[in-house]
Design a protein around this ligand. Structure first.
Ligand SMILES: [Zn+2]
Length: 274
């Protein structure tokens, strides 16, 4: 594929920068897709469900208090199993994006499995939540050439799985004339890297203050460069009270020090597409 920059845009109300808060609502799917014996891993599955029982409501409450719409990437399986708990995502300007069906690591799947994973996810989001998503984020950020082609085939407007720039850019089909807005991500802008912990793989349990300093520096850089910034979070990670406090403080500090437009990725994609 080839890439190209996007045309410069004015952020709403003359804001210096635009920030999208994105949440991957994985719940049980990463454990189920990774472990054939997931049914026996009650503790791990339950940590996933903490995300939807406690994390998501807290996140939604904070976003409502701050008047910020969020982008929520939901695996199809999650949309079917937890449709009731996900109902609030349909309101308050929030956006639901595609995050695979079973949260399969695409780099480890047969290329031929990509079509089903994408199609089943689309069906499930439609059936569970009544949503036809504009955007896609590959599970574990494992976008493959097959899935990229499928995104064009299914008329997706944007993707958020790649890292070639820290500004939104265009991914151009080659050969072909299709394009896709890419909202780049990075591990340093993902809460899981700092807060995720697993009995098998361990983790860091970083102090939230340290994460706030890193993310605030990124907000400052985005403001200086007049660009967009994507933050990635998981309700089971960020939804712990001492971490959500960090997110609340980050939003308030960002707003005190700069004028920031908080927008969903879908709305930013529409703006960039003009
Ligand atoms: Zn995920």
């Amino acid at each position: 594929v080839r890439i190209a920059g996007t045309a410069a845009v004015e952020w709403p109300d003359g804001a210096e920068a635009c920030v999208s808060l994105t949440f991957d609502v994985d719940v049980e799917t990463p454990y189920r897709s990774r472990h054939a014996d997931a049914e026996r891993r009650l503790s791990q599955l339950s940590e996933g469900r903490y995300g939807i029982r406690r994390g998501l409501p807290r996140v939604l409450e904070l976003l409502a208090e701050e008047g910020i719409p969020g982008t929520f990437f939901v695996p199809g399986r999650t949309a079917l199993d937890f449709a009731e708990q996900l109902r609030p995502l349909a309101g308050a300007g929030h956006e639901v994006g595609h995050h695979g069906h079973d949260h399969a690591d695409l780099s480890r799947c047969e290329p031929s499995a990509a079509g089903a994973e994408l199609a089943h996810g689309l069906e499930a989001l439609e059936r569970g939540l009544g949503v036809r998503p504009l955007g896609y984020r590959a599970p574990h950020w494992t976008l493959t050439p097959e899935t990229l082609e499928l995104l064009w085939e299914h008329d997706f407007v944007y993707d958020s799985s790649l890292m070639e720039d820290d500004r939104p850019y265009l991914v151009l089909q080659d050969p072909g004339d299709r394009k896709l807005v890419e909202f780049p991500v990075h591990w340093s802008l993902d809460d899981y890297v700092y807060f995720g912990y697993d009995s098998a793989d361990g983790g860091r349990m970083a102090p939230p203050g340290a994460v706030m300093e890193i993310w605030m520096s990124e907000v400052r850089a985005a403001a200086k460069e007049g660009r967009h910034l994507t933050l990635t979070m998981h309700p089971e990670c960020i939804g712990r009270p001492y971490r959500l406090e960090m997110l609340a403080e980050l939003i308030r500090r960002a707003r005190r020090e700069h004028s920031i437009a908080f927008m969903t990725l879908g709305d930013v994609a529409r703006l960039l597409e003009g």
